[in-house]
Design a protein around this ligand. Structure first.
Ligand code: NO5
Ligand code: CA
Ligand code: ZN
Length: 410
C-alpha cells in the first residue's frame, strides 16, 4: 500500500535529482517526463484508490476496480511496485492533440472542430441572457462574483421567489468536465422553455426557487479549450491552479483527501477558500442558507451518485446521524434508479477533503450530492471528452433525477 509519507520521500528524491541536474549544461537538461494515460487495475477498495490519488496521479474515472489515470513514468513505476497493474493507453499530450484535431475547420475561441456543440463560456453566457430575456417573468440572470481572471460567475435564478424552498445546481468546478456545463444549460432550458406548456414543469417552478451556476470555474474551462486543443486541465488558474473541489472550508485538508503540493491535481490551495470562485459561490450559499435545501454538483465521469461525507469512511459521524445518512442513501438510490448510475457514499470512491458536498451539508445541512456523469468507463480520452453528439442523451438522462432533488427541497 502506498502512503503519503512515501509519496513525499519520492518527491524529495525527485527534487534532489533536479538540483543535481541543474548544474549540468542546459543542452543536457531533461525535459519534464511525458505523462501517460493509463488504465490501472487492482484498485478495488476506497483505501487503494485513495492511495493512488495520494501518489500524485490524476484519477479521471473509476469503474469496477479499474481507474483511468494520468501519470508520469516514475509514478507509474511506483504504483506498479505497490502491486497495481498499469497498462498505458498512450502519451497523454499526443492523445489530447489527436482528440483535438477534429473533422473540420477550427473557429477561433470555439471548442475543437467537431465539438462545437459544446458551449464556450461566451456561448453559455449568451444562452443565459436569452433565457432571462425570453422568460423575464420567471428567470433572472445575475452573478455571484468574479473568477480569478475576472469572468462573471453567472447565476440563473428560475421561479418561485425568495420564500420558496431553493435547490442549487452547480457545474464545471473541474475545468475539463465540459459535459457538466451542458447539464446546467439543460436544466435552465427545460425549466424556462417548458414553463408555459408543461404543467409539471410549471408546478415545480412555481413551488421552488431553482438556482443554476453553469460555470464555477470558467477560467479553467476556457483555458482547457484555448488554441483549439484540449489541455486536460482540471484546476483553477491562480498560480499552478488549485483543485476547487478540495478548497471548501469544511474539514479542509484534514484527512489525506487532498494534496499540499501546488503541482498536484488535487492541490487544496494555500488556505480554505483561497480561490475567488469557491469563495464567491460559498458566500452566495451562505446568504441563502435558510432557503437552499438541496444541491447537485455535476462532474464527469464514472456514472455515480455520491453523497457526503467524503472526508471519512464512516457512514455516521459528528454532523451525520443515522437518520440523516439514511435520507442521503434513500434519495441517492432513488435518483440512481432513474439514470442507471451507481449510488454510494463519496468516500467509497476515495477520500476527499474540502469538497463542496461536505461543506454544504456540514455547514448548512443542505442535502448535497455529486453526480459523476457519462461515461462509466473512459476508454482513451472519451472519458474526459465525449463527442458533442452525446450531449443530448446524457443530459436528458438526468431529467428525472433533477425532478427528485427539486421535490426534496421542501
Ligand atoms: C470528484 C468526486 C469524487 C467528488 C473529485 O473525478 S472527479 O474529480 N470529477 N471526482 O475528486 O472531486
Ligand atoms: Ca461532433
Ligand atoms: Zn470533477
Amino acid at each position: 500500500m502506498l502512503t503519503r509519507r512515501r509519496t513525499w520521500s519520492a518527491l524529495a528524491a525527485a527534487a534532489g535529482l533536479a538540483l543535481l541536474t541543474a548544474t549540468t549544461p542546459i543542452a543536457d537538461a531533461q525535459p519534464a517526463p511525458a505523462r501517460g494515460l493509463y488504465s490501472l487495475q487492482g484498485a478495488h477498495t476506497s483505501a487503494q484508490r485513495t492511495a493512488v490519488a495520494n501518489a500524485g496521479v490524476d484519477i479521471a474515472g473509476s469503474s469496477d476496480g479499474t481507474l483511468s489515470v494520468v501519470a508520469t513514468p516514475e509514478q507509474a513505476a511506483s504504483l506498479r511496485a505497490n502491486g497495481f497493474t498499469l497498462n498505458q493507453v498512450g502519451d497523454f499530450d499526443q492523445l489530447l492533440a489527436q482528440r483535438s484535431k477534429g473533422t473540420g475547420v477550427y473557429r477561433a475561441g470555439d471548442f475543437p472542430s467537431g465539438d462545437e456543440g459544446y458551449h464556450t463560456y461566451a456561448e453559455t453566457t449568451a444562452e443565459l441572457q436569452k433565457a432571462a430575456k425570453d422568460h423575464g417573468d420567471i428567470a433572472k440572470l445575475s452573478s455571484v462574483g468574479k473568477s480569478f481572471e475576472g469572468r462573471e460567475l453567472n447565476l440563473l435564478t428560475i421561479g418561485g421567489g425568495d420564500n420558496k424552498p431553493g435547490v442549487l445546481f452547480t457545474c464545471n468546478q473541474h475545468a475539463r468536465e465540459h459535459l457538466t456545463t451542458e447539464m446546467c444549460l439543460r436544466i435552465v432550458n427545460r425549466f424556462t422553455d417548458g414553463y408555459a406548456t408543461d404543467p409539471k414543469i410549471k408546478e415545480m417552478v412555481d413551488g421552488h426557487t431553482i438556482y443554476v451556476i453553469p460555470n464555477v470555474n470558467p477560467d479553467g474551462s476556457e483555458y482547457d479549450i484555448s488554441g483549439g486543443e484540449y489541455h486536460g486541465w482540471r484546476k483553477t488558474r491562480q498560480g499552478q491552479g488549485v483543485d476547487p473541489n478540495r478548497n471548501w472550508d469544511y474539514k479542509w485538508a484534514c484527512c489525506g483527501g487532498s494534496s499540499d503540493n501546488p503541482g498536484a491535481e488535487d492541490y487544496h490551495g494555500p488556505s480554505a477558500f483561497s480561490e475567488p470562485e469557491t469563495k464567491a459561490v460559498a458566500a452566495f450559499v451562505d446568504s441563502h442558507a435558510q432557503q437552499i435545501k438541496t444541491h447537485i454538483d455535476f462532474h464527469t465521469f464514472s456514472e455515480l451518485v455520491l453523497w457526503p461525507f467524503g472526508f471519512t469512511e464512516d457512514d455516521t459521524t459528528e454532523g451525520m446521524t443515522q437518520e440523516e445518512a439514511k435520507r442521503f442513501q434513500d434519495v441517492g438510490k432513488e435518483m440512481a434508479g432513474t439514470n442507471g448510475y451507481t449510488p454510494e457514499q463519496s468516500s467509497d470512491l476515495y477520500i476527499t477533503d474540502g469538497d463542496v458536498n461536505d461543506w454544504a451539508w456540514g455547514k448548512h445541512k443542505i442535502l448535497s450530492y455529486t453526480f459523476e456523469m457519462y461515461p462509466k468507463n473512459g476508454g482513451g480520452l472519451d472519458g474526459f471528452y465525449p463527442p458533442d453528439e452525446k450531449i443530448g442523451e446524457q443530459t436528458t438522462r438526468n431529467d428525472a433525477a433533477v425532478d427528485i432533488i427539486i421535490r426534496e427541497a421542501k
